[in-house]
Design a binder for this molecule. Structure first.
Ligand code: C5P
Length: 410
């Protein structure tokens, strides 16, 4: 049973897919979950609360002002009880309310009151799903860390075909099981360890209003920070400018230029057990940054650049360096360049990725890595950056533990 003793709070809003929720509840319970259900008024038009009460074995909550329900388990208590709050189906209306923090019924109030992760399974007509307002809402919700399950594509109740169908109950259950399994499987292997991670691009000023930078999204570094945190580490994330939200319970130091990133890292590196350089740091910066905006003129513009410090190399060259993991983003001869970098920068481990594929790497949510140490090479096949982060950190921990044990036995 994959959800043994997990408290799943299921929020049902008013879409036709609500008729599948008794089956969803049954499947959650079959995996060992405790399920409590909260419904909106319109959900009750599509599915009977009596059926849900029968399958969940608990009284259904649907009103903030229900004295009996509040006496049995008040809404704040319910919000605290949940290990995860799953909203399925999540209508366009409920998504809009969640985006704006409205709390005009029990379901939306719980979404604000709970500290548990929220997962939504959107379900709506394909045109409503494609509407710009819905697109903006889902983006905002994702940025806040709301987990998204689907929607699936296919034939809809209204006869349209397209994206907007609620994902099937068994797939919702698998999603929730995966969510919990990677947290518990990861366990606290880094408990008591301090890990510093650099992430994102750097920006090098050309004048007070212009800069040069690169396409790094920061997603891989942020996924590593989140995974390392869940695996028990105390994480410091030194981040260049990105548009994604940092994970919870991680110390974030925001920087802009390579020099600032270098200073932020070196100011705190002595306390770290592990250093992961995931940032795409600019190798060069303008030698003399003008204090005023450069004016347009005829002809060509010649700029003179000087080298930025190599942060990773500087860290690895210290007398007592932390365990170092670097990244190598290459477009050709990936392994050879990576191995060369491992030796030249005196690293413990390097993770190489091929950024020539537009499907993977830089701006994508997915990646594939070849992980190289002095005597080992392991390929981690294409997966989400978060799953890869977990696998990479497990490999790192094996290597780190071996080195620590060797030190002890000397
Ligand atoms: O030499 P290259 O830039 O390809 O090395 C990539 C690795 O070195 C990455 O881990 C990157 O974060 C790190 N790096 C750094 N400081 C630099 C350049 C790269 O920490 N100035």
């Amino acid at each position: 049973m994959q959800l043994e003793q997990k408290n799943v709070l299921l929020g049902i809003s008013g879409g036709i897919a609500a008729y599948k929720t008794p089956d969803l509840v049954r499947k959650l319970i079959a995996q060992g979950a405790n399920v409590r259900v909260v419904m909106t008024d319109s959900a009750k038009e599509f599915v009977s609360s009596l059926a849900l009460q029968a399958v969940s074995g608990n009284k259904i909550s649907n009103s903030l002002l229900d004295e009996d329900a509040e006496a049995a388990m008040g809404h704040i208590e319910l919000a605290r009880w949940a290990d995860i709050f799953v909203i399925a189906p999540a209508t366009a209306n409920v998504m809009a309310k969640l985006t704006h923090g409205l709390a005009d019924d029990l379901l939306t109030t719980l979404a604000l009151a709970t500290a548990a992760p929220i997962a939504i399974a959107p379900a709506m007509n394909q045109q409503m799903w494609a509407a710009p307002a819905t697109t903006e809402n889902i983006q905002k919700l994702q940025e806040r860390g709301v987990l998204q399950i689907g929607p699936a594509s296919g034939e809809q109740a209204c006869g349209d075909i397209g994206y907007g169908r609620m994902v099937e109950p068994e797939d919702i259950v698998s999603f929730i099981a995966d969510y919990f399994s990677d947290v518990s499987e990861a366990d606290a292997i880094f408990a008591g360890k301090k890990i510093m991670i650099t992430a994102g691009p750097t920006r090098e000023a050309l004048d007070p209003v212009r800069y040069i930078s690169n396409h790094s999204s920061g997603k891989m570094g942020y996924a590593l920070a989140e995974a390392a945190r869940k695996m028990g580490a105390q994480v410091t994330l030194v981040s260049g400018p990105v548009s994604i939200k940092p994970p919870a319970n991680v110390d974030v130091v925001s920087v802009t230029s390579a020099q600032q990133m270098h200073d932020a890292v070196m100011g705190n590196i002595q306390q770290q057990d592990i250093f992961i350089a995931c940032a795409a740091v600019a190798d060069f910066r303008l030698a003399d940054v003008p204090t005023h905006k450069v004016k347009k003129k005829e002809g060509t513009l010649t700029l003179s650049f000087e080298q930025n410090p190599d942060i990773l190399k500087t860290v690895a060259a210290q007398t007592n360096p932390p365990f170092t993991l670097g990244f190598a983003a290459e477009t050709n001869d990936v392994e050879a360049y990576a191995r060369n970098k491992l030796e030249r920068k005196k690293l413990n481990m390097i993770a190489a990725n091929d950024v020539s594929s537009s499907e993977l790497g830089f701006n994508s949510d997915r990646n594939a890595l070849t992980v190289i140490t002095t005597d080992n090479k392991i390929s981690l096949p294409a997966a989400s950056k978060y799953s890869l982060a977990i696998e990479l950190l497990k490999l790192l921990n094996n290597e780190y533990s071996t080195i620590q044990n060797n030190k002890k036995s000397k």
